[in-house]
Every structure is written in C-alpha cells, then in structure tokens.
Design a protein around this ligand. Structure first.
Ligand code: ADP
Ligand code: MG
Length: 679
C-alpha cells in the first residue's frame, strides 16, 4: 500500500500516551493502524424483539426510550440507572451499573439499537449494561480490535475513522484492474472502508476476500521469486547413474513412494539447475533411503554431499545408516560433530577438502561454518522444521550452488505445505514400508504404573526392547539425577533383572553414542531417556514406549516420540502417562489414542496451538500475515498461487509497470527475511 507512512502521532487525538499504547501493539505508522484489521464485529444490524433475545448470546434490539428513572444507590455504594424502553411490542428495562455517562446520553423519545444479553428479573425483560447506538445514525457492524490495556475498540475505531476518511477510490491499488476483475475482487479503497466499518455482511465478505487474496498473492509471489532466483544459477549437473548397485545393497525393497521420490530427485540432479526439493513423509516412512540414493548419484558423478542433522546424536545415527547403505557400493562416508576432538575434526575437514570423502554427515554448523569441500554438489538437511526460507536461500547460494534436499518429519497438511515450502518442490512419501502396524496407544494415570510395567515386561519377555521417556519434572533436580532416580526405581520395583540404560542431554556425545549403540545392538532392554530421542532414532526391535508426564509434550512432539516404536514387524504399544486434567492435555492424549496419521495429528496440533504459534515467523522464516488464516483460507490460497504463477510467467521479475505495486508489496513483506533482498 502506498502512502500513510506518517507517524501515528500525526493523527488528531493521538498524543504521546496513546502512541505508546499503539507501539505496544506494534503500530508505529498510520499505515500500521490502517492495517490493524478488526478481530470481529458487534452486529447491530440483525435486530430481534426483546423476547427473542437470549440470556447467553448477545444480540441487538431496536427500541424507543420511554422514560429515564432516577438514579438509585445500591449496596456497595454503586449507582444504578434504569430506563424504560419499548421495542414496539414489549416494554423492558435498560439497566446500567455505575455508568452515568452511558445513561445520560440516552434521550427520552428517541430510537436506539441496544446490543447485549437479556435477563428476566422479576417477570420483566431487562438488558444489563448494553452497548447502544442511535438508530438514525447506525453503524451496522462495530469493529472489535485487538487491544492492549488502556485502549478500547471505540478509541481505535475513532482513530481509524480519521484515516479511512482520506481513503478514496483514487488511491493506488496494487492489484491491477484486470486482475481484480478476473477474480471478482473489490477495489482496495472499498476493502479498507468495509473491513473497518462494514456496510453489511456482504460488503465485509468482499473486503475480507480482497485483502486476504492480496496478502496471499504477495506471499506466493515472494516465495516463487525466491525459488526462481535459485533456479537461475547454474549448478553441478549430475547425469543419471544406474542405481542397481545401490538397490542391491539395501536390506529391503523400497516402497513405490520411495522409488517415486528417488526418481524425482534424480531427475532434478540431472537438470543443470539446483534442486530445491522437500521430501515429506510421516515418521518411519523411510526418507533416509531417498537421501542416500541421491548421495550415491552425486558420488558416482564425482560430487560430494553434506548431510546435516539438528542434533549430534542424529548426526551420528545418520552416519551409521549412510555408511551401512553406501559403503558397500564404494561411497566413502565421514562424520563431523562439535564434540569430536580438534585433531579429529581437522582430519575430517582435510579429507573433505581433498575429496577423500564422498558424504560428510554432521550437525548444521558443519556446512554453515568453514568446512571446505573439494566439490560440494548436494546438501541434505534432515528435520528441516527449524529451517526458514531465508536459511534455505542462503544455503542454495553457497559456493558452487549445490542441490538442496530437505527431509521433513513434521507432516504438515498439504495445503499448508504449499505456503511454508512454496519455494520448494515437494515429494510426498505417503506409503509406509510393508508390515508396519498401528502403534496401539493408551493413556493412563500414574496410579496405574505397576500394571503398566507388568505390561511392558511382557514385551521384554518376548525379546523386544522398550523406551521410557521421562522429561525433567522436579524443579531444581538435574536432568541426570531425575533420570537416574527414575531408572533405579524401575530397576528395583518393576523390571528387576532387565538391563536398563540411561540417555540424557548431559552425557558427552561419545557416551550417548555408546548407550545408543548398546541399545541398538540389543544389549540394553529398557532405555530411560529424556527427550534426546525425540527425532530420528531408529531401533526396529523397540516395540514399547512409555511417555511419562505426557502433558508436557505437544501433539507433534508426542507423535515424533511414538514414531520411535512400531518400526519393525512387531506389535507395538505406546503408553501415555498423565494425571493432567486440563482439557488441552486431555485432548492431545485422545487424539494420540485415536489415530496414527501424522497429517491428521499435525492438523489437530495446529488447531490446538493456533496458527500464530505454529507459523511464528522466527521458526519458519516466513513473514507474519495480517489477515489470511492459513487453515481456513485454503481455497483462496490455491487461487492466489495459480495467479502468482501466471503473473511471473508474463513478468518474471514483476518488471511490468502494472505489477509495480505488487513488487513493492513483496519488498515490504519479505524485506526482513529475504537474505539478499529483492532487487
Ligand atoms: P524416516 O522417514 O522416519 O526418516 P527412516 O528412513 O529412518 O524413516 O526409516 C525407518 C525404518 O524403516 C528404518 O529402520 C528403515 O531401515 C526401514 N525402512 C525404510 N524403508 C523400508 C522399506 N521399503 N521396507 C522395509 N523397511 C524400510
Ligand atoms: Mg529420519
């Protein structure tokens, strides 16, 4: 939007004090206030008779004030004001407590629309402390704003009204006329008037649709531009190599979904422009093999691959997996993590630089720091959840512009993936390896611990292994002490004779690895762990999991944790232990017990946490949206996305004059997260 850059204090009635309040809401300029859209509206338009008004739901009644009574003092010293009114059918009372101002403004004989709830005291209808407007100057829908202490919606509305007065049809609209016409969208001026002060429901709907469309279109244009910019740069071309040797070394037959993803990735590698692909699949769907196949192709073409994991323990595990999958076909795999000795690191770096390694696995710091590759051709990042758009762009721009493959274990509803990963191509692994069974999930109270461990024991007796996840709960007790105490109790009371291991964050990385290795090798029956096992750990013989204090985890986290079991061909179980009573925690347990579908769970997680939390711009590197709702506006999103594609086909850099406004939009939306800015 052009103009309106003045400081908020330029408005009449906004002094330093109110400006300070606005600052708290992130409102600095007049434009910020103009785009501080209402949260909801009070509907004065749909009036009912007083007898039809509910005691629980507020509504509007049009009525004439007949008589104003004398003020009465009630207990506690407060003043009570009553006026008799008639809706033309029934007489009733309008009652105000303590609010002389509201009462005094009423004039006998005049018509008003009162908004509030009804009550039925002493055989007569009353409205207690209603809002009201004069019927002949009715604003049918009053805006309700997100506020901060000291501000009211009325104050905001009066400040906004001053700005809106200056908004006219001659204002610049970033959406070209033809585009508006083809999508049935109103002019920006109409939208701004009616989003704040709607004439009626239809006008509001039109305003919302238009503003949401513009926001989503801007977002999609930005993401596509980012993607396109990465595309223009040349990259290491990797012609197809036969994968027979790689497939021959696998201990299983890949699923159709895995083959499809591998096929898509290999096609990308051969194209001469950098791959920018997301492999999305539920936990245990077998994403690792896809990454390994691409590393294999890179190696056979003489290029190196960097594989990045979010934690050391995952990096170590990937290292072992990649080595298992690749060493037999002549691909050399190395590991680099922060906790290795300086000499070890130096040695690995030298090997990478001199091309003695084909695949280097490590934590994110690996590629971001000064590790030098002889010929880096492919970057794989796992669990990229924490990876924002800007970081992806930075990676893609690195050195020789390597191909980028990201693997997400956090399933996101497809429509949302369109937004979050709009700069990526997506391969979805929607098929689990054969033989997988649903992990039976139960929620129990801590009073059932005895019985629960008898149940767990039955798994151990059959040769299976089990996890217990126990987050640190006691204030002031170290993670180590709490895990050790718990393990000792389990060993003493419930599972005597079984081998119990402890995994927690305070262990040195070599110790963690030793524990994981022992668990993996079946030398430990029960692993008591803090959340370090959260992502990626893979031990197919582990068939039972207990999650203590399950209320401390979010839904997606619980799903990730549960994904550690049910990875082999065994009947598997997950027990959520919680005494929590709050409805959100209960709901999470219910969802977990009812479904194993990661996409469904992600959707429910979004619902429970709210998109604001989920889409926090820091987490994803995505700009915050003002009006579009990621969950609700999916149809408009699809429309905006295809429009964005059309526009960029015609005008690849938005260079046409008619798109100048949209280009400015992209600038201001992405300014803070585009690494190099848009020029
Ligand atoms: P995730 O997608 O969670 O990263 P992994 O790649 O770790 O999943 O694979 C999960 C487990 O499934 C591993 O033990 C892996 O060896 C096994 N696996 C992967 N693909 C198949 C397949 N096609 N058939 C059988 N087992 C498979
Ligand atoms: Mg994985």
């Amino acid at each position: 939007m052009r103009g309106f850059e003045q400081d908020i204090q330029f408005l009449k009635g906004v002094g330093p004090k109110r400006a300070e309040l606005y600052h708290k809401l992130g409102i600095e300029t007049v434009r910020d206030l103009l785009t501080h859209y209402p949260r909801s509206y009070v509907n004065f338009a749909d009036t009912v008779r007083i007898f039809a008004l509910s005691e629980t739901e507020p509504g509007a009644v049009r009525a004439t004030v007949l008589r104003k009574g004398a003020a009465q003092r009630v207990s506690g010293g407060r003043m009570l004001y009553k006026a008799a009114a008639s809706d033309g059918f029934t007489n009733f009372e309008v009652v105000f407590f303590g609010n002389a101002y509201a009462f005094d403004a009423l004039i006998e004989g005049e018509d008003y629309v009162f908004y509030g709830k009804a009550s039925r005291g002493g055989g007569r209808y009353q409205m207690l402390s209603p809002q009201y407007q004069k019927a002949d100057r009715l604003l049918p829908m009053q805006p309700v704003y997100r506020l901060t202490e000291g501000l009211t919606s009325k104050m905001v509305a009066s400040n906004v009204a001053q700005i809106v007065e200056k908004v006219s049809d001659s204002m610049y609209d970033p959406l070209p006329d033809a585009l508006r016409a083809s999508h049935g969208l109103c002019h920006l001026s109409f939208a701004l008037h009616n989003i704040h002060f709607p004439e009626n429901e239809n006008a509001l709907e039109a305003a919302r649709k238009r503003l949401i469309f513009e926001e989503l279109l801007t977002l999609q244009l930005g993401l596509f531009l980012l993607k396109g910019r990465c595309r223009k740069q040349t990259a290491c071309t990797m012609p197809r190599t036969p994968l027979d040797a790689f497939f021959a070394g696998l201990p299983f037959t890949p699923t159709g979904a895995q083959l499809r993803a591998i096929e898509q990735g290999c096609a990308d590698l051969g194209r001469g422009v950098p791959m920018n692909r997301l492999v999305q699949g539920d936990v245990g769907s077998g994403k690792t093999v896809v990454a390994a196949a691409l590393c294999y192709t890179a190696a056979k073409n003489g290029f190196q691959s960097a594989v990045m994991a979010p934690t050391e323990i995952l990096a170590e595990q990937h290292y072992h997996t990649f080595e298992k999958l690749l060493a037999s076909c002549g691909v050399r795999v190395g590991l680099l993590t922060g906790s290795m000795t300086a000499a070890q690191k130096k040695n690995v770096r030298r090997q990478a630089a001199q091309g003695e390694l084909d695949v280097l696995v490590g934590t994110h710091a690996l590629v971001q720091q000064d590790t030098v590759f002889g010929s880096l051709g492919l970057v794989v990042t796992d669990e990229q959840h924490r990876f924002g758009v800007a970081q992806r762009a930075a990676l893609a721009g690195k050195g020789g512009n390597p191909h980028v493959l990201v693997m997400s274990a956090t399933p996101i509803p497809r429509t949302l993936a369109l937004i979050l990963y709009g700069d990526l191509d997506v391969s979805v692994i929607d098929e689990l390896p054969p033989g997988r069974r649903q992990v039976k999930t139960y929620a129990v109270g801590s009073d059932k611990r005895e019985r629960m461990f008898r149940f767990i024991r039955s798994f151990l007796e059959q040769g299976r292994q089990a996890y217990v996840v126990c987050p640190l709960v006691e204030e002031g007790v170290s993670e180590l002490a709490s895990a050790e105490k718990y393990a000792a109790e389990v060993a003493g009371r419930y599972l005597a004779g079984y081998r119990i291991g402890i995994l927690h964050g305070r262990l040195a990385s070599s110790e963690k690895e030793a524990v994981m290795r022992a668990f993996s090798a079946g030398e430990i029956d029960l692993l008591v762990a803090t959340t370090v096992i959260e992502v990626g750990v893979d031990v197919p013989n582990a068939a039972a999991m207990v999650i203590e204090n399950a209320e401390r985890f979010g839904l997606s986290q619980l799903h990730q944790l549960r994904g550690r079991v049910g990875r082999g061909n065994y009947e598997s179980v997950c027990i959520l232990v919680t005494d929590a009573r709050n409805p959100q925690a209960k709901r999470r347990c219910q969802v977990m017990c009812a479904t194993g579908d990661g996409f469904l769970i992600a959707k429910e997680d979004l619902r429970l946490r709210g998109p604001g939390d989920f889409f926090g711009s820091k987490q994803h590197g995505l700009p915050a949206l003002k009006i579009a709702d990621m969950l609700e506006d999916t149809a408009l999103l699809a429309e905006a996305q295809s429009e964005a594609q059309d526009i960029l086909r015609r005008s690849p850099d938005l260079e046409e004059q008619q798109f100048a406004g949209l280009r400015e939009n992209v600038h201001s939306l992405f300014g803070q997260c585009a690494p190099n800015g848009y020029n």
